[in-house]
Design a protein. Structure first.
Length: 276
DNA sequence: ATGGTCGGCAACCGA
């Protein structure tokens, strides 16, 4: 039994055969080269059909594609020097791969799109925003507007589609460790939550929240705060959003606090959803 | 307690 199946059984889901499930995962790596052994190990143990990665932090010519191909996976990526960067690792060959909002070279490497197993996949690393009074905050709000436009012009809300990645917004008070104190801060500002809701209203469902109503479930812990992970001072910033036709096929979703990440501390952890 | 640590990459930036 795989870890994914064990986790599913622990969560009370019926134990289904692996072949019947499409396992989809996302992870902000904060450098794919630094986190490579952990990611390859995670793939071997969880055997997801798709793993979307953000903050790869390397140029395409420096991307460690061979390690994933050796592990039996396809990989496509869109990167730049030092910052940002996204990748899609998949068992099946991705089709119709597109990089960026419109294929232009002239923007931050934050989006990669592909079709896999009949599902439109959009993997994104949303701008963090830096500070509410920073131009980067407005850039972030504008980014959501551009993203909504992309959905409207290039996709159908009635077809199977996943929007995943580090979306850098905690949608609701239950998604941060201290909503009163954090209200108005970057990644939990009313304008960001409204911008995310505006994208969601196109026709997307929060797949993790569909299956987990409890508070205290996070995907990010700021490692600048001492003991944030052990004290669970976290935020739910990474998401798997799906159109209703696809969300109706979701069998479960869980956050995997990969213990090996303690060896090389990372702010984020793996988020997994399973579809029938 | 309002915290300070990563990664890239060669001085700080971004998170």
């Amino acid at each position: 039994m795989t870890q994914a199946q064990e986790a599913r059984r622990e969560r009370g889901h019926a134990l289904l055969t692996e072949a019947a499930l499409f396992t989809f995962a996302t992870f902000n790596a904060n450098s794919i080269r630094s986190r490579l052994p952990i990611i390859v190990d995670w793939l071997a143990r969880h055997k997801p059909d798709v793993l979307c990665v953000q903050e790869t932090k390397c140029r395409d010519e420096d991307f460690p594609a061979g390690a994933f191909r050796d592990a039996g996976y396809c990989v496509v990526f869109h990167g730049e020097k030092s910052y940002n960067g996204v990748a899609v690792i998949s068992r099946e060959e991705p089709q119709n791969v597109r990089r960026g909002f419109d294929g232009g070279d002239n923007e931050e490497a934050r989006i990669i799109r592909a079709t896999i197993a009949g599902i439109e996949i959009i993997n994104s690393y949303v701008p963090q925003g830096t500070a509410v009074d920073s131009p980067r905050f407005q850039y972030k709000l504008d980014w959501f507007k551009r993203f909504r436009h992309l959905l409207e012009t290039e996709y159908s809300a009635t077809a199977p589609l996943v929007w995943t990645g580090d979306l850098n917004v905690a949608p609701e008070p239950v998604d941060v460790y201290d909503p009163e104190r954090l209200e108005g801060s970057v990644c939990f500002h009313p304008l960001e939550r409204a911008a995310l809701r505006e994208v969601m209203s196109w026709g997307l469902v929060d797949v993790f929240r569909k299956h987990n109503s409890d508070a205290g479930q996070y995907t990010f812990w700021d490692y600048r705060i001492r003991g944030s992970l052990s004290r669970n001072l976290g935020w739910r910033l990474d998401h798997i959003m799906a159109t209703s036709t696809l969300a109706a096929r979701s069998a479960g979703a869980y956050i995997d606090r990969e213990p090996r990440l303690a060896e090389r501390p990372s702010d984020h952890t793996f988020l997994v959803a399973e579809f029938e």
